[in-house]
Design a protein around this ligand. Structure first.
Ligand code: PLP
Length: 409
């Protein structure tokens, strides 16, 4: 079922495995929003629905056993990609749900004597759940400031992280500036005060396998649809000891040991956090995506994505009145290139680019406080995946140049 992905790397060969990219006039550059899906994932989804569709958790017939095997297999695949044991992988519906799950569970543990630290760089998904916790439980909320180039200002960590800090929740890679977080420095400060660390991995997980235990954090949230898998599936990973101390967030079927009319006792993780029928096909699709990603030559893919990013940054910066947000050097930087053009609204620009088949995102990208800190209301954003190539970046640069001339005249 799987198509081989050879050593070395040719984006044009890989692109042929993505039926959604077959239209010759489409240049899909909105991968930070959602990526396209390879044949291997489509085949796994179809295979599950036809050959293994049943419900999980203890039904004795063969279809249920097939579904359970597929679900367990998917958990093992994504666990392998993250470098963690399967029982530490909680299936969610995406990064947003994973972070809400953690915040909701912590609502039973934290109160006015406790602090959660986020950053100014965050997607609203890693800000609003903590604002809600602050409103509901009186938990204090502080934010790590950013540098003018859109990185976390880690020199000011000590100003924000105090002895009352229980959790530091920051992005692994910004969906606007592309800045990647220096995790070791966050950990150092977190460990000094006994705080746990959550990384929002939505923008990092698609760009190569991880070794989360070596990274040293406690929780990691990601979305399947950004890493070539289906929508409606994601992962919240937690170290065994960190998950063990959390109560469930959602409650209902399939996550209990025993129930009386008055009370219930709950299953061990990960089941405790997976109430109700899970998104089974989604999990199987994500498992297939992880398996597919695991076969790639990642040093070649990462070098390729870095080349595209560098080419786009240099080309956009060279256009009159264009400012690329975020760091311009490629060190610790993901393939996300947001930019503003003097005198031109980013939505008008992206609508014009769409006429040339260039798919970019416009607006605040669910990061309003970050845009405000950068002094702009919104931006246009090109974000690259492994199937993009240099010709598409050239088309982007040409398209932006042409559109700006038109829109400014
Ligand atoms: N965090 C970051 C950094 C993101 O870029 C996104 C989506 O763009 C999210 C969280 C939310 O992901 P989802 O909508 O899949 O829950």
């Amino acid at each position: 079922m799987d198509q081989p992905v050879s050593r070395g790397f040719d984006p044009r060969v890989v692109k042929r495995q993505f039926p959604g990219l077959s239209a010759p006039d489409l240049r899909y550059l909105d991968n930070a929003a959602t990526a396209q899906v390879p044949e291997a994932v489509l085949a796994a989804l179809r295979g599950f629905e036809i050959e293994a569709r049943g419900n999980v958790h203890g039904t004795p017939h063969r279809r249920s056993r097939a579904a359970q095997a597929a679900y367990d297999g998917a958990r093992a695949e994504i666990a392998g990609y993250l470098g963690v044991p399967p029982q530490e992988v909680v299936f969610t519906y995406g990064t947003t749900f994973g972070i809400n799950l953690l915040a909701g569970a912590l609502a039973e543990r934290l109160g006015p004597a406790d602090r959660v630290v986020v950053s100014r760089l965050e997607h609203h998904s890693n800000l609003l759940p903590w604002q809600k916790l602050a409103r509901r439980r009186g938990v204090r909320l502080s934010a790590i400031p950013i540098t003018p180039e859109g990185r976390l200002d880690l020199d000011r960590l000590d100003e924000v992280v105090r002895a009352d800090t229980r959790l530091i929740a920051v992005t692994h890679c910004s969906n606007v500036t592309g800045a990647e977080t220096e995790v070791a420095r966050i950990l150092e400060v977190a460990r000094a005060v006994g705080a746990r660390v959550l990384l929002d991995g939505a923008q990092r997980a698609p760009h190569g396998p991880l070794d989360l235990p070596a990274l040293g954090v406690d929780f990691y949230a990601l979305s399947g649809h950004k890493m070539y898998g289906p929508t409606g599936i994601g992962v919240l990973w937690g170290r065994s000891e960190a998950l063990a101390e959390l109560p469930p967030f959602t409650v209902g079927g399939q996550m209990v040991r025993s129930v009386t009319m008055e009370s219930a006792t709950f299953a061990d993780p990960p089941g405790r956090f997976e109430a109700g029928t899970p998104p089974l096909a989604g999990a199987v699709g994500l498992g297939a995506a992880a398996r597919w990603l695991g076969k790639l030559d990642w040093s070649a893919v990462q070098a390729h994505e870095r080349r595209l990013t560098g080419h786009a940054i240099a080309g956009l910066q060279a256009l009159p009145g264009v400012r690329v947000l975020g760091p311009h050097d490629l060190e610790r930087r993901g393939p996300v290139v947001s930019f503003v053009a003097e005198g031109v609204d980013s939505l008008a620009l992206c609508l014009r680019l769409d006429e040339d088949g260039l798919a970019l995102r416009a607006g605040h990208h669910c990061a309003q406080p970050l845009h405000a800190a950068l002094g702009v209301a919104g931006s246009a954003r090109a974000s690259f995946a492994l199937y993009n190539d240099e010709d598409e970046v050239d088309a982007l640069l040409l398209g932006v140049d042409r559109a700006l001339h038109e829109l400014r005249s």
